[in-house]
Ligand binder design. Structure first.
Ligand code: AMP
Length: 541
């Protein structure tokens, strides 16, 4: 027997409509790349998103088609979030820190039609404009007064586009299973892979993210997402903010400690979110200038493991609660949040810190299991460590336009993380089995780096692994076997990377060895190398 409740699709436009009607005068503040502080309300957001949707429809952007961005966290990016998905098209947020070649690959793979970009990224857009296959329309996210002189043919101005439209656009109703946004991640092998979120997955994720034992957001909060809107939708905060009616503060391009601190204080930010590297910059600034947070109450830290010293510094010195969270692009991204249970109140501060240093427990909607190399489930006893698999309504089932069987194993998504889970459900990442390096919250493809090294005539074999780095968490370390009789120095090999990758991808160090351990099928045993070089000291560290 079917239930008899209204069947209403879960669409992102409903979040915007709710924010407009229930929190219409709540502010959205942006430090813009043009240098000013811009203020508007959720009512303005609704109006401007409708104008933008009208403009896009008028330019022939059809439902399901991809509209790309290369943009910071700003009110205009937020308008794009709601306009593009709301009209039934797909917002594709591209990571502007990637090399131009990768941006071209991703834009072509996604078959993007329109590209919106912040002025900061004009040089990148000019470098790719003649190379991308499907983008016909380029829009600079600025006003007429700041339009740059550019070689891009027919470059459009964002504010002109909006000004030409009225705000009578009505958000269409369609299936909640339709795609809303697209985000590419570094897969374990080869090229970046697209994760295509649906309206349904986004809305369910938003409910889960807002919960008290998740990111704990309410109408009383002022939220500043430091995590970029091109990184898994800023961990869902642009949606959560509309759902709960929080004031939003967007930092634009100013992500250094000083700029962030000033914005926190000026706007009364209560909650923020970002990767550990960003907080390191902020904490150093605060310590060096003997500053205090007057309104900050909580900060979400994830993307890579939050060091216990950082938790202690935030909580003990500044009274800011750390919410340690784990997730992935493939998980929208929320998987676990380290929210303490009532009985943890009885723990000593050191014991509590130990719990908070774990990645936390699954939010409702996400199931987790750990398995041994044969796929057998391991106990959740806090001791056994195995490959972590997840499932849930906001977990990827297949990568965008991917052929073949897809990533799932018996209906579970293998995360590439290795973890243990205790009897309380608290999960702790112990290692990573996937072949990628995470530097300051951004992926570096180890296979790309190996392929470049292998193209050098003096290299017989090369393996690239993550080495610990105090600031960036991980940096690439290259292990190389030279060809017999050939000379090659560290400097020569590193210079060989120039121009082939984004500069910050260049390995930090090279170690020359006689041989690299191989497995039975001839594959390099990277876990052995990781173990062997886990204490390797990088020259720059
Ligand atoms: P991304 O797809 O860029 O969000 O990266 C997801 C990956 O980042 C995870 O699979 C983990 O390897 C790593 N990661 C994310 N959050 C954490 C965390 N709190 N602790 C350790 N690793 C993390």
């Amino acid at each position: 027997m079917l239930g008899q409740m209204m069947s209403m699709p879960l669409l992102t436009s409903s979040l915007l409509l709710h924010a407009e009607s229930q929190h219409g005068d709540r502010e959205i503040v942006t430090r813009r790349v043009e240098g000013d502080i811009h203020r508007m309300t959720y009512r303005d957001l609704g109006r401007r998103a409708r104008q933008l949707a009208s403009a896009l429809v008028g330019r022939g952007v059809q439902p399901g088609r991809r509209v790309a961005t290369l943009a910071w966290n700003t009110h205009r990016h937020m308008e794009l979030y709601y306009a593009v998905s709301g009209m039934g098209s797909v917002l594709h947020t591209i990571n502007p820190r990637l090399h131009a070649d990768q941006v071209v690959y991703i834009a072509d793979h996604a078959e993007d039609q329109v590209l919106f970009f912040d002025l900061t990224f004009l040089p990148l857009v000019e470098a790719i404009a003649g190379r991308v296959g499907t983008i016909r329309t380029f829009v600079a996210m600025t006003d007429r007064a700041h339009m740059p002189a550019s070689k891009i043919d027919g470059l459009l101005c964002y504010e002109d586009l909006l000004a030409a439209e009225d705000d009578r656009f009505e958000w269409p109703e369609f299936s909640e299973e339709e795609a809303a946004t697209l985000c590419y991640t570094s897969g374990t092998t080869g090229n970046p892979k697209g994760v295509l979120y649906s309206h349904r997955s986004t809305l369910l994720h938003t409910y889960a993210a807002a919960l008290p034992d998740s990111l704990n957001c309410s109408a009383r909060d002022t939220i500043l997402p430091v995590v970029p809107m091109f990184h898994v939708n800023a961990w869902g905060l642009p949606y959560v903010a509309c759902m709960v009616g929080a004031k939003l503060v967007f930092p634009g391009a100013g992500l250094d400690g000083k700029s962030l601190y000033e914005l926190f204080e000026a706007e009364g930010v209560t909650l923020s979110a970002g990767v550990p590297t960003v907080w390191q910059g902020l904490l150093s600034h605060v310590a060096a200038n003997d500053l205090r947070f007057s309104t900050m109450r909580r900060t979400v830290i994830g993307g890579s493991a939050c060091p216990p010293a950082m938790i202690r510094s935030f909580q003990d010195e500044h009274g800011v609660q750390v919410i340690h969270a784990w997730g992935m692009t493939e998980m929208s991204p929320l998987g676990t949040v380290c929210a303490l249970k009532a009985r943890h109140d009885a723990l000593t501060p050191d014991q509590r810190l130990a719990v908070q240093s774990t990645q936390g427990r699954a939010v409702f909607g996400v199931s987790m299991k750990i398995v041994d190399p044969d796929g057998r489930a391991l106990p959740h006893d806090g001791a056994a460590s195995g490959d972590l698999l997840v499932r849930g309504p906001w977990v990827v089932s297949r990568y965008f336009r991917e052929e073949g069987p897809g990533p799932l194993v018996d209906g579970w998504f293998p995360t590439g993380d290795v973890a243990r889970i205790d009897a309380d459900g608290f999960m702790q990442i112990t290692d990573r089995s996937k072949d990628v390096i995470k530097s300051g919250g951004e992926w570096i493809g180890s296979i790309d780096l190996e392929n470049i090294a292998m193209a050098h005539p003096a290299v017989a074999m090369a393996a690239c692994i993550a080495a610990r780095h105090p600031k960036w968490d991980e940096r690439p370390l290259l292990i190389v076997v030279r060809r017999p009789g050939m000379a090659l120095s560290r400097e020569e090999l590193l210079a060989f990377y120039d121009g082939k990758i984004a500069k910050w991808w260049t390995p930090d160090d090279v170690v020359f060895v006689d041989s690299i351990p191989l497995g039975a099928t001839g594959k390099m045993l990277k876990h052995k190398l990781r173990e062997q070089y886990k204490d390797h000291e990088l020259p720059a560290a």
